[in-house]
Design a protein around this ligand. Sequence first.
Ligand code: FA5
Length: 335
Amino acid sequence: MSLSEFVGQLDALLEAAIEAFNLAHTEDALEEARISFLGAKSGRLKTVQKQMGSVAADDRKAAGQRLNEVKQLVQDAFEAACARVQSQSGGTAQPAIDHSLPGIAAPRGHLHPLTQTINELKEIMGRLGFEVAEGPEVEDERHNFDALNIPAEHPARDPLDNFYVNVGPAVPMLLRSQTSTVQIRVMESRPWPIRIISLGRVYRPDTADATHYPMFHQMEGLLIDRHVTMADLKSVLRMFASSYLGADVHVRFRPSFFPFTEPSVEADFWWNGNWVEFGGAGMVDPNVLSAVGYDPEEVSGFAFGLGIERLCMRRHNVTDIREFYRNDVRFLQQF
Ligand code: FA5
């Protein structure tokens, strides 16, 4: 064999060894590559070395020198690959993950009790034919007050009783204080008949106590059609209350006043020896129907706005509304 052939074989071997070591990503794969190139008995380097005897005697010294250089280079490439594989597996000889160990089960969360309540209320009202409508939480005064027949001088508009937000001098805006805003948005956007509910957050600067919170949830209901009466309103609210709170729930209606309904009532349920108010309701005031372009001579309707926390409290016997917002997992886990 000529010297150049011998050296050519060594160079090809070196190139192949470097590539094989680079491609090895586990200690096992690297060991396999090491045996293939540097193995003492039948490694490829050994095989080439055995051919040195066939190189012309004059060239043998040069061939030996090159053989030693390549041996060293292959050894260096192997050691560099060892260091890389070890650092990739966290520097330990063990695999980073022990697949045989039992796993740690992640604790499973669930929906907040109020979200669960909202979903259930939607389902009950859906069965009564009410579809869900949405409205913004940051509202203008027209939807929160004017169109609801609440005039400029009405005490309910007092800045101290509302959360006004500063979005620019031209448009006074506030966090909605009631979901009745959505009644207006729906009536403005489509012709009657209407049968909707809207559930969401409302905001009032009320002091927090066992039954009040400055941010709470309401379910608004609105039904507009020909010949709607107070009897329809009371039937729907009674059906709703017995579906959600149980057939034995005791509900009463008290005369009340809201600028946007006439006549108006407040609805209470009996709970732990007391009447607890859970919502306001009434027949939609003709002024409201006119404000959205409906003819009060042609249609009538009823509306209601119920406190979702109060309903959920009675259903689950929660005696302090603040529990819903403390985020104490011991409380939340119970639902
Ligand atoms: C209203 O908000 C009217 N928009 C309801 C209405 C709608 C009347 C449609 C007529 C027609 P009121 O302010 O009473 O009404 O609130 C309704 C319910 O929200 C209350 O009965 C109560 O259950 C709940 N609520 C009121 N304030 C709070 C509060 N600070 N924290 C928790 N729940 C409250």
